[in-house]
Design a protein around this ligand. Structure first.
Ligand SMILES: [Zn+2]
Length: 402
């Protein structure tokens, strides 16, 4: 039984959804700008905005006047300020699930992070992890309920998991990192927590956050490529984050571009991740240096110090990531690729090889695509889960339908 959000949005028409989306992602923005960008008349914009102002989601009053500007904004005849979302009108919880720990955040309506909680896990079984997600979410719900914190009512909880996730049904179909198959996560959590729960693929969640609250505000098409314990890719094309007809798309880490002898976490051979994931780089360095005790930080240090075996592992990773990027760019032609690493302490070790392989394989003008590095933390993944909830809320999509 789907639950409705605590504080429903007064949006009755597609124009209303479009107008709120513009204010949320591009605000503060004047009515006339919204009209220009959406093709709606100014009267239609004003009509769509009125119930949002009335219900306290949007304002055309000056918000938090900057120092020295207060006086001029008061008084009769001041011009109407641009439209701004009242960020604290609602709250959202986002959780990123990893095999070693949970990261939970609360955000406001603009995906601004308010609180962060980390919760380590001793194993990744559903018996261990699901009760811990419940515990973490309850802790964050208690924080939001405390009036002293000034947070708006909770509208929903987003949970981001790596792998093949059926977002429409809230089921984790296959997450090799977690060792999960066919886990009906949304239904279980909704029942335990009594709030709408959105379960989503983690890279897609990050892409939704970039679409609404990041590079997507200025780019017509982009890809988010994540490099770390896995290699993932989220795509934003033709005005939408790509989900794939079967819920799978952008699986860059499982393109068969690596030498075929190594078996991937997914069970197949020759996947990009078998040489480009941080685990693969570490395993290769341990093997070639004969130092099984090395950790990733140690392997990075060795490579920085010029150790030829460690360098070779990073070179191979860079080569394969660059080829995979070129394959993706040749296929879909995004304007921009955001490379999001977990910490990116080792990025310089493979960047050159990666760029060289990318240039060598990018076809024609597809190679004009910019590669932009963005350091990401686990908090950003959790924020992505929250952004997915915000998007469902504004669009009135399940489980946040109006
Ligand atoms: Zn694979």
């Amino acid at each position: 039984m789907p639950l409705r959000p605590n504080r429903p949005l007064p949006l009755a028409t597609p124009a209303g959804v479009e107008v709120l989306t513009r204010i949320l992602t591009q605000g503060p923005i004047p009515r006339v700008q919204i009209a220009r960008r959406t093709g709606l008349s100014q009267a239609a914009v004003t009509k769509a905005v009125a119930p949002l102002i009335e219900a306290g989601f949007v304002t055309d009053e000056p918000v938090a006047p900057t120092e020295g500007s207060g006086e001029s904004q008061l008084g009769i005849g001041r011009p109407v300020s641009p439209l701004t979302v009242l960020a604290d009108s609602v709250s959202v919880i986002g959780v990123k699930v990893t095999p070693t720990g949970l990261i939970g955040v609360t955000t406001d309506l603009t995906a601004g992070i308010r609180t962060v909680r980390h919760s380590p896990l001793r194993d990744s079984s559903t018996e261990t992890v699901i009760p811990r997600i419940v515990e973490l979410a309850r802790e964050l719900m208690d924080f939001l309920d405390d009036q002293a914190n000034g947070a708006g009512p909770l509208i929903g909880i987003g949970v981001a998991v790596s792998g093949d996730v059926d977002a429409a049904h809230g089921v984790v179909r296959d997450s090799p990192f977690m060792g999960w198959r066919e886990v009906p996560l949304a239904a279980t959590l909704t029942e335990e927590l009594g709030a709408p729960v959105v379960v989503t693929n983690d890279v897609r969640a990050l892409t939704v956050a970039e679409h609404w609250f990041g590079v997507g505000v200025d780019a017509d098409s982009f890809a988010v490529v994540t490099i770390g314990s896995g290699v993932g890719c989220g795509l934003y094309l033709n005005g939408e984050v790509v989900s794939g007809a079967y819920g799978v798309s952008g699986e860059l880490g499982h393109l068969p571009l690596a030498p075929g002898e190594l078996i991937c976490t997914c069970g197949r051979r020759g996947c990009v991740e078998t040489v480009a994931s941080s685990d693969a780089i570490l395993a290769r360095t341990r093997e070639t240096t004969g130092r099984p005790e090395l950790d990733l930080a140690g392997a990075i240090e060795l490579a920085h110090a010029g150790d030829e075996h460690a360098r070779e592992a990073f070179d191979q990773a860079g080569e394969v990531i660059g080829s995979a990027l070129a394959a993706m760019v040749n296929l879909v032609g995004p304007e921009l690729v955001v490379i999001a690493g977990e910490g990116v302490a080792d990025y310089d070790l493979y960047e050159q090889r990666m760029r060289r392989a990318f240039s060598a394989h990018a076809f024609g003008a597809a190679g004009d695509c910019r590669l932009m590095l963005r350091s990401h933390t686990f908090d950003d993944w959790a924020r992505g889960a929250a952004a997915t909830v915000i998007r469902s809320y504004v669009r009135g999509e399940p489980p946040l339908q109006r």
